[in-house]
Design a protein around this ligand. Structure first.
Ligand code: 8YV
Length: 317
């Protein structure tokens, strides 16, 4: 009999879905009209869970899955999984560590370039037929140069390093902050986030959210200042969203590029009308290449755990 697997989020790679269907009896909770009733009926059979980084899995759902042997996160963020509870049950929680680094760093660069160079606002200007109506050069404000700007990285993990390397190629001096100084890296450490913001033209949030929230607040934004930009490709709750909205409204910072939000898919309405803000829909890892690699890691983790081995990318066991 094929093992039963509960899937909480869709996977968008057909070959991965086909392989899952070949190997397992798949229970796709997101297709069920009444998820709660579905768990009540089928929960006891589930040996594995597949979830997304942002969705994770609650303790209460894990408690309803007594036969569970593995939680495979199709992502790198494990902040939405109750890791302590998983550990107490000896459950491996796996991630797709390393698979999405390059894409997330690319997204950070895309947001930085788009925000500083007004790509979204000018795209709307051209599409809206405004160029022929306002052909004079002064119709659009001057943008800001990315090359050479001082970049502060918040969280020098895999993604933070990949961002630092990329902006290095743009001639940007880089400093970073993290829980502690990381030996052997080329970039200067700054323990104090407010000081890092003061010394940066752009602050790029790349930190894990397991132990942190509201890192970037009004004090940090004021230190970044009216010529500073904030980019976030990590988690929305690392930034105090109300403080960010206010700082943008009052032009206390120059602009923001955001892929993540505190209450996805809801975006603070005030941001929608701002031309100095570039918005994405939590898309940093959403390329065919990366999602295929992530899906393969999910398949590997399930196979290893269900064969009684410790999954290579387990965080908890
Ligand atoms: C993914 C993420 O969008 O890796 C993470 O933690 O949040 C994202 O890269 C998500 O996990 C896809 O399911």
């Amino acid at each position: 009999m094929k093992p039963h697997i509960l899937q909480l989020n869709p996977i968008l790679v057909p070959s991965i879905n086909a392989r899952l269907d070949e190997l397992y009896t798949m229970h796709r909770l997101f297709e069920q009209a009444d998820p709660d009733a579905y768990i009540a009926t089928h929960g006891a059979a589930m040996r594995g869970v597949i979830t997304g980084g942002h969705t994770g899995i609650s303790r209460s759902l894990m408690e309803r899955l007594p036969a569970l042997e593995v939680v495979a996160v199709n992502g790198v963020g494990t902040d939405a999984v109750d890791l302590a509870y998983a550990r107490s049950r000896g459950l491996p929680v796996t991630g797709t560590f390393g698979a999405l680094t390059e894409d997330v760093a690319d997204m950070a660069l895309g947001l930085l370039l788009a925000t500083c160079r007004h790509l979204g606002a000018v795209d709307r200007f051209v599409r809206g037929g405004l160029w022929p109506k306002f052909p004079q050069p002064g119709a659009l404000p001057l943008a800001r140069r990315v090359s050479g700007m001082r970049v502060g990285i918040v969280g020098l993990g895999r993604v933070g390093r990949a961002v630092a390397e990329r902006v290095g190629a743009f001639g940007c001096p880089v400093r970073y902050t993290d829980l502690k100084e990381i030996p052997g890296v080329a970039w200067a450490f700054e323990a104090d986030l407010v000081q890092l913001a003061r010394d940066s033209d752009a602050l790029i949030v790349c930190a894990a959210a397991d132990q942190a929230r509201d890192l970037v607040d009004a004090a940090v934004l004021d230190a970044l200042g009216p010529r500073g930009f904030l980019i976030n490709v990590a988690r929305g709750r690392l930034v105090k969203e109300a403080d960010l909205v206010r700082a943008l409204q009052e032009r206390r910072i120059a602009g923001a590029g955001l892929d993540v939000f505190a209450d996805e898919p809801n975006v603070p309405p005030a941001l929608l009308d701002m031309d100095n803000v570039m918005l994405q829909a939590h898309r940093a890892s959403a390329t065919e290449e990366t999602r295929a690699a992530m899906g393969q890691m999910v398949l590997d983790s399930l196979a290893q755990a269900l064969a009684g081995e410790r999954p290579a990318h387990s965080l908890t066991t």
